[in-house]
Design a protein around this ligand. Sequence first.
Ligand code: TRP
Length: 329
Amino acid sequence: MAKKGRVFSGARPTGRQHLGNYLGAIKNYVALQQEFECVYSIVDVHALTTVETTKDLTSNTFDMALDWLAAGIRPEESIVFVQSHVPQVMELHTYLSMVTPLGKLTDLPTFKEKVRESPENVNYGLVGYPVLMTADIVLYRTDVVPVGVDQAPHLEFARETVRSFNYRYGAAVLKEPQMKNTEIPKVLGIDGQQKMGKSLNNHIELAATPEETRLRVMQMVTDPQRMRRTDPGNPEVCNVFSMHKIFTPAEDVAMINQECRRAGIGCVDCKKRFAENLNQNLAPFREKRAEIGANPATVWDVLHDGAKRARAIAEETMVSVREAIQLPK
Ligand code: TRP
């Protein structure tokens, strides 16, 4: 089937993936493979802007790649690779930085947020984060980038940078990427309050065992107004219910909705059912993960093969970039 163009996305190596990663990104990555030629990068260089230690970089990269593959990213069709394995991205980053006004970078909401979060670690690389991200995207002559609201300013920046570069060097060398707005569901952690994340330890790992999953689910905070088993509940404010809507068959969701409202079903039962459904949903993923993980070399083979294919595209782009800049041959 002819594909509609090339998609690129990158994610920092965060190790074993959780439900939030799955629903917010991986699921979409898998689906996009139907219509697009996909390039997915594990952006280890971006991670260096904020990580405290690099000792887990390799294992986090491996664990993330393994989860992606087990979830259905198909390396025969898509390119999956590690950002630093294609050093051309660093070169392009440098050239792009010369057409980037500094003020534009320091004005970005994402940058200001990082400064607020860790004022003691405002390094040069952090300021240039969106320039590196632009290099990621345009190096592969990307047509479409799926983005949620948080990354939209970065993509707008990338588009403008492409225009500046092309204007400056008088040629349409770089391709301006389109933004594909992606509805990213807000997945809350087991606390029912904050976004699911590893750092908050409120996450449920995809690769957890069924028993670990059950224990995690049983800790989930439900409707805070519902104190006693006999109190009627409000499914619309309950995080467990919102998860049921994703993982539970529609008839059962309707039943839970009804029974919760009239205290026919309690939170403990409701969570047990959810744990069961979740485990059932994740079973094929876990099986495949065990299968691939049994031979770790296959994951690295996929990443190295991906890097090789990525480098071929990247070098082609760089030849025309160097020529457009008129660098001495
Ligand atoms: N900035 C993205 C994030 O933190 C990761 C990223 C790097 C990316 N390069 C990219 C996303 C290119 C899309 C396209 O989530």
